[in-house]
Design a protein around this ligand. Structure first.
Ligand code: AHR
Length: 482
């Protein structure tokens, strides 16, 4: 493939750092065990959060974290999760296996997590079984700074200073588990709830309406027609599947066809974004409302022997292809997509990190985020992905450097690439590859280093031209001084 940046089709735009956001729900071991072990745990922790996982996540610079769900958000009552942990209400986590949720991880613990990760907060409030007042009180509890009952309660519970909430999601999958609503009805509910999202902090909250399920274009039409002026973002959920929901396919033992079908499904994101943004444009030609993909990733069969409701799956080099390809798609559509949140950060679905007791392993997906972090808030020079091509990429510039990331999703064929840069490039400052010859290569607790980043040398740069050969099943990031 030849890429000439002097003829690049994408206009230059900033690649929002929030495109590399994460999502963590009270689901399986996503929070409990994976992030939160409690202050009395034998697992080394700071204020109850396990240090090994936090240290690893800090290296990928998580820009934003969505919490507490997902489906869980619509059964979450925030008052259950404040005050003395010993006195907190125990509830049944009905969505995810009927386990006991003791609410030991609540609002204060979430903001402590954000503090340790240096990440911004995306709170998804309960519309399905909550009320306007419950939401309004929570916002006041989190962000209020005056002399009010909610702000004073927060201070009594140990945090006099208000927190910053950047993003607020109003409902989750309200077309399904979040209330089985029709779009006409939810549009009105959304308008009502958002009216009472008051601003106490320095900035108004960025309000996100629940958007469509995959290709439900009617939902987008109705929401945009009836509620666009009241929202900053409209969400979209799309998971990559090997087949249908009933036949998700094994995360590790898969066929060549399943490799291809998972990648096909992931690349459908490009099509879905095109189609939904076309509808959004009809009602919002100024592009004021962003599309927010706040759940994405591969959803495969749960690992045998684990609780099926915990959605615990292994993660192979195939998932790394899904991650890099999807990030390239978001970068391609960066004019309209402001945030995306992979599902989910630890131990659930396409996770960055898997844990077992005190052990931790980094997944191939983690390394993709490590390589892509350089694009956060960079200026896009070009980004490409197409259903018909094995190669997809992002090229950007930031802080006096060019950043080039490529992904070759082919199972069988290496790909030669020649890039013509806008001007003569300087010294290489970073050159890493994530690759394996085995399609199902993955890291386990016994063999944690089967898939990892390595120095990449098969690249030749001269004046304005960079030539490289991308092995099949690989992700590469290069950085050059300008
Ligand atoms: O990420 C797992 C679940 O998938 C979320 O709780 C829900 O929003 C979606 O259906």
């Amino acid at each position: 493939m030849k890429i000439d940046l002097n003829k690049a089709q994408n206009s230059s735009v900033q690649l929002s750092k929030y495109l590399q956001g994460q999502f963590s729900e009270h689901l399986g071991r996503g929070i409990y065990g994976g992030l939160w072990v409690g202050k009395d745990s034998n697992i080394p922790n700071v204020n109850g959060l396990r240090s090994d996982v936090i240290e690893a996540l800090k290296k990928i610079h998580v820009p934003v974290l969505r919490w507490p769900g997902g489906c869980f958000a619509d059964e979450y009552h925030w008052r259950d999760g404040i005050g003395d942990p010993a006195g907190r209400r125990k509830i049944v986590n009905n969505n995810w296996g009927g386990t006991t949720e003791d609410n030991s991880f609540g609002t204060h613990e979430f903001f402590e997590l954000c503090r340790q990760l240096n990440t911004e907060a995306y709170i998804n409030v309960n519309v399905g079984s909550g009320s306007v007042r419950e939401m309004a009180d929570w916002i006041e509890y989190m962000t209020g700074s005056g002399d009010s009952t909610m702000a004073n309660l927060r201070a009594t519970n140990g945090h006099p200073e208000p927190w910053e909430v950047k993003f607020l999601g109003i409902g989750n999958e309200t077309w399904g588990g979040g209330g089985n609503m029709r779009p006409e009805y939810y549009a009105d509910v959304y308008r009502q709830f958002q009216t009472f999202v008051r601003q106490y902090g320095k900035h108004p909250l960025y309000k996100i309406a629940c958007g469509p399920n995959v290709d439900d274009y009617n939902w987008t039409d109705v929401l945009m027609e009836r509620a666009a002026p009241y929202m900053d973002g409209l969400s979209l959920h799309h998971y990559a599947l090997t087949d249908v929901w009933e036949n998700k396919g094994d995360a590790v033992n898969f066929s060549e066809d399943e490799w291809n079908s998972l990648l096909y499904s992931a690349k459908r994101m490009d099509w879905l974004i095109n189609e939904h943004t076309k509808r959004m444009d009809r009602y919002d030609p100024q592009h004021r409302v962003d599309l927010i993909v706040d759940e994405w990733g591969s959803w495969l069969s749960e690992q045998a022997g684990t609780n099926p409701a915990f959605l615990y799956q292994q993660n192979t080099i195939r998932d790394a292809m899904v991650a890099a390809t999807t990030l390239n798609i978001f970068n391609k559509h960066a004019e309209r997509i402001h945030m995306a949140n992979i599902a989910q950060m630890v131990n659930v679905l396409q996770a960055m990190i898997l844990t077992k007791g005190s052990q931790m392993v980094l997944t191939p997906t983690y390394f993709v985020f490590q390589m892509y972090q350089f694009h956060q808030d960079a200026k896009r020079l070009s980004a490409f992905c197409s259903q018909g091509a094995d190669l997809n990429y992002t090229i950007s510039e930031k802080d006096g450097e060019y950043i080039l990331s490529f992904c070759n999703t082919s199972l069988t064929t290496d790909e030669s690439v020649e890039v013509t840069m806008p001007e003569t490039i300087g010294a290489v400052t970073y050159s890493q590859i994530l690759h394996s010859d085995k399609a199902n290569a993955h890291n386990t607790f016994d063999e944690p280093d089967q898939v990892k980043m390595q120095e990449f040398n098969q690249v030749h740069a001269e004046r304005k031209t960079i030539r490289l050969r991308l092995p099949k099943m690989s992700v590469i990031t290069l950085k050059y001084k300008k």
